[in-house]
Structures are given as structure tokens and as C-alpha cells.
Design a protein around this ligand. Structure first.
Ligand SMILES: *Cc1c(COP(=O)(O)O)cnc(C)c1O
Length: 240
């Protein structure tokens, strides 16, 4: 009984977010296919992920390596797993051959470790560079000014491919306040893309969360990372 209620609610939420993305695409003259809805499932139990999977989701995002590694074998193998949280170098080896995209690379040292493990395991790893466009002290990410140099340095590493940029915008009441940061990230991607650096693509912008994803889509986002809007509030007091 309860599971049915839960799966209905989750499907309804998922479809509502999809619908909002569609509308934002229409407003911006974009095609809906250009935007991937990443279901951010951190702290949520496997049965809830399964419900969202049945609603149509195939891209799931986690921010902790341990949780990601625990969940992967319990869910269908056609899921694309994204690591969206801060990654420590000593954990790279656990996920490098399991993830579709790492959104949160912000240092050469981390990229070097990913490269080392990629070569060792003979896999090619796609990454995004996390940029702290809003210059918030509490956030990870490289600065706007340092991004191009970091991209160039990483571009030489074997087994690692930069596919674009990611940002976490500030927590705001009015999503319009974040439009400027989404624009900045997009402009930065355009500028770096114009340099035609070997082994570097700037085609993916990962930006927009529950509070601001429609604005992010209007500003060119390719991946929106939505947790609360699909799964509901997170309860960090419970360990899973
Ligand atoms: C948790 C998280 C999200 C999703 O946040 P919501 O506000 O719940 O949509 C998106 N991106 C990152 C990096 C996160 O850690």
C-alpha cells in the first residue's frame, strides 16, 4: 500500500520536473532533448530510486563515494551514475570505472589521480570542471580566472576527458538572483570552447538545482541536478 503511494508521488514529482524543464526549453527556444534531468538521490533508499527509475529516470547523482558504491550493485545496470560531490583523491580508485561523469573536479592533483587510476583500469573517464562562479567561501570549485589554466593542464592527462563545466549556485529565495551566475558559467564555457584546446569539449553545462533549475535551463544548462524536487526533503539525521 505504502509503496504504491510512494511510487505514485515520486512519479508525479519526476514528471512535474520534466514538464517544467520542457516549458523552460520552450521559453528559451531550446529542444527538450538538450537537457538531462539528473535525479539526485543522495541519502535516499534504493526503493525510492527504483520508483524514480520506473518513472523514466536513467541518470542518478550521488555526492558520496561510499553511498554510490553501495547503491550501484542494487540497481539496474542501465543507470548512468554521476558523482556530483567533492571527491577525495584516496577515493578515486573506487569509482573511476563505475561512473558515467564526474561533475566535481577542481584541481590538477585530483585530475592526475583520476588519470592514474583510469590508465591502470584501462577506462576513459569523463569529467566536468567545478567552478565557484559566485565566489562563495564555503564552496569547492576553481575560480573563474583559474579555470582556463586548469583546463589546459588537465587536457594533457591520459584517460581523462573534460566535457564542460559545473557550478553550484548560491542558495537563494528568488532563482532570478542566480541567473547572472549561470550566464557567467556559460560565457566561460564559450570562451574556453573558442580556444579549441585538444581533448577538451565545453558542450556540457551542469547547473541548476531544485530551487533554480528552470532559470538554469533558460541560460543553457545541459544537466540539471534535482534532488528535493523529485525525492522530497532530505533527512540527514538518519544514517542509511
Ligand atoms: C544535493 C545536491 C544537489 C540537489 O540539490 P536539491 O536542492 O535537493 O535539488 C545538486 N547538486 C549538488 C552538487 C548536490 O550536492
Amino acid at each position: 500500500m505504502q509503496t504504491t503511494e510512494q511510487s505514485k508521488t515520486l512519479a508525479k514529482n519526476y514528471n512535474a520536473v520534466k514538464e517544467n524543464i520542457k516549458k523552460a526549453c520552450e521559453q528559451a527556444g531550446r529542444s527538450q532533448e538538450e537537457v538531462t534531468l539528473l535525479a539526485v538521490s543522495k541519502t535516499k533508499p534504493v526503493d525510492m530510486l527504483m520508483d524514480v527509475y520506473h518513472a523514466g529516470a536513467r541518470d542518478f547523482g550521488e555526492n558520496k563515494v561510499q553511498e554510490l558504491v553501495d547503491k550501484i550493485p542494487q540497481l539496474p545496470s542501465d543507470i548512468r551514475w554521476h558523482l556530483i560531490g567533492h571527491l577525495q583523491r584516496n577515493k578515486v580508485k573506487y569509482i573511476v570505472d563505475k561512473v558515467y561523469l564526474i561533475h566535481s573536479v577542481d584541481s590538477l592533483r585530483l585530475a592526475e589521480e583520476i588519470s592514474r587510476e583510469a590508465v591502470k583500469k584501462q577506462v576513459e573517464v569523463n569529467i566536468l570542471i567545478e567552478v565557484n562562479v559566485a565566489q562563495e567561501e564555503s564552496k569547492f570549485g576553481t575560480t573563474t580566472e583559474e579555470t582556463e589554466k586548469l583546463v589546459r593542464d588537465i587536457s594533457f592527462l591520459p584517460g581523462v576527458h573534460i566535457k564542460g563545466l559545473m557550478t553550484i549556485a548560491p542558495f537563494v529565495e528568488d532563482p532570478e538572483e542566480n541567473r547572472i551566475y549561470f550566464r557567467k558559467l556559460r560565457q566561460l564555457a564559450v570562451d574556453i570552447g573558442n580556444k579549441n584546446i585538444d581533448n577538451v569539449s565545453m558542450s556540457i553545462l551542469s547547473m541548476g538545482m531544485t530551487g533554480d533549475y528552470t532559470v538554469a535551463v533558460q541560460e543553457g544548462s545541459a544537466i540539471v541536478r534535482v534532488g528535493t524536487g523529485i525525492f522530497g526533503e532530505r533527512d540527514y539525521s538518519k544514517t542509511i
